[in-house]
Ligand binder design. Structure first.
Ligand code: GLC
Length: 416
């Protein structure tokens, strides 16, 4: 069972689906947000992109519309990625959005829109910095291959810069719900940073990639082993397989793939950040907007399985003697209401739930509201085991493009 924080950070367990946004100068070359590290693109040329960044079609409300259509409840924005370019009016470096032809504080615009629409805002911040002269770029992963002429690697000076930026980010943009540090390559260790965040923004949860332990783990583009998380977890995944920032000719994931990924993580008790990479003009990719709406259409029908529930797949046992893989079935619970799902896809129209020896009065498919048929059955292929709950009638050949979620209520006496 995941231990909650028992303070204002507990919003984290209620708002489980959020939109990650990777946006910066890298949207111009449109290859990958780490084009400087993963390709031969020269730094001098990259830094000239400042003179081109002019997202005249940026409309934070359009981003919020897209996230709300997906059923998402918070947004996490890249304030500074590894390239070091700052998307707000920072006084700590000239390398920021105010010095582009656009010349507006996009973070302020986004924060204002979030406030107006009642959407929570989180901030992403990269510790590696490929521009700042004091960051010790010595060619470790996610770092430039060495200091360039004029650089003065100085860990203390760099951390002072980070501290001053933190103060700006956490005082000038209203309430911040989470702080997402990224890749602490240099292994900076200094608890005072997270303490500053807590002092300035007590509601903010802090991730585990910063200069000291944070509040939650951040598995990225993967589904960790097991069926229930034991600590607060927020998985992240992009809509495209190759990049987080906008990429021309990106290979976007299918909606069914994303629904599988989302429902598995949520059923394990985690939360989920799904990333979009807006284009250099500020607009979202149309295909992404359509996919988000489709995810939302499904999530609005099945999302109660994750809303205020706890994961309880361990009730199903290990199924060692079973022929089918029970480990693919996930279970969540709110009191005596249970939800069962099989994100990897059911083999038949029956969901078999060992661990339940009494049948609920009724069972329902959340996807379309139809009634299902719960029975206690002894199955020939598991003849050595006790009879168990089989919920029959799932339309596996009819509804094939989305994860099916079943709800059933047990009598008080039938479950612990
Ligand atoms: C990785 C990538 C980075 C991306 C992040 C999102 O750390 O290096 O580009 O921003 O994941 O979680």
């Amino acid at each position: 069972m995941i231990k909650k924080f028992d303070d204002k950070r507990d919003w984290f367990f209620e708002k489980k689906l959020g939109m990650f946004v990777h946006w910066g100068l890298y949207a111009l070359p449109a290859w990958h947000e780490q084009i400087l590290w993963r390709s031969e693109y020269p730094r001098k040329r990259y830094e000239k992109l400042v003179d081109e960044f002019n997202p005249t079609r940026f409309d934070p409300d359009a981003w919020i519309d897209a996230m709300l259509s997906a059923g998402m409840e918070f947004l996490c924005f890249t304030t500074k990625h590894h390239d070091g370019f700052c998307m707000w009016d920072t006084k700590q470096t000239e390398y920021n959005v105010m010095n582009t032809p656009y010349g507006k504080d996009v973070l302020a615009m986004l924060a204002e829109a979030c406030k107006k629409r009642g959407v929570k805002l989180g901030l992403y911040y990269s510790l590696p910095d490929w521009h700042h002269p004091n960051y010790p770029n010595i060619g470790r992963h996610h770092e430039m291959f060495g200091p360039r002429a004029g650089d003065k690697p100085d860990e203390r000076a760099y951390l002072e810069f980070v501290r001053a930026q933190l103060e700006e980010l956490l005082t000038n943009y209203g309430p911040i719900c989470q702080f997402f540090w990224d890749v602490n390559v240099a292994e900076f260790s200094d608890p005072s940073f997270n303490e500053t965040i807590r002092r300035l923004q007590p509601d903010a949860v802090i991730n585990d990639r910063g200069p000291s332990d944070g509040d939650f783990s951040t598995p990225e583009r993967e589904i960790p082993a097991g069926k229930e998380f034991s600590r607060p977890t927020q998985a992240c995944q992009a809509m495209g397989r190759e990049s987080w920032g906008f990429r021309d000719d990106e290979d976007y994931y299918s909606v069914p793939f994303l629904e599988k990924s989302i429902s598995t993580i949520l059923a394990m008790g985690g939360s989920y950040l799904l990333n979009v990479g807006p284009k250099a003009d500020g607009t979202l990719v149309e295909e992404n907007v359509a996919a988000l709406a489709r995810i939302g259409d499904w999530y609005r029908r099945v999302g109660e399985a994750f809303d205020g529930t706890v994961p309880c797949s361990s009730m199903l046992g290990t199924g060692a003697t079973m022929r089918i893989r029970y480990e693919d079935i996930f279970l969540t619970r709110r009191g005596n209401t249970f939800y069962a799902l099989c994100p990897s896809g059911l083999e038949t129209g029956t969901i078999v739930l060992p661990g339940f020896e009494k049948a609920p009065h009724s069972a329902k498919l959340l996807n379309d509201g139809r009634s299902l048929r719960p029975v206690i059955d002894s199955l020939p292929w598991r003849w050595k085991d006790k009879p168990c709950l089989c919920i029959r009638g799932l339309p596996v050949d009819e509804i094939t493009g989305e994860v099916l979620v079943v709800r059933f209520e047990m009598d008080e006496s039938a479950v612990e």
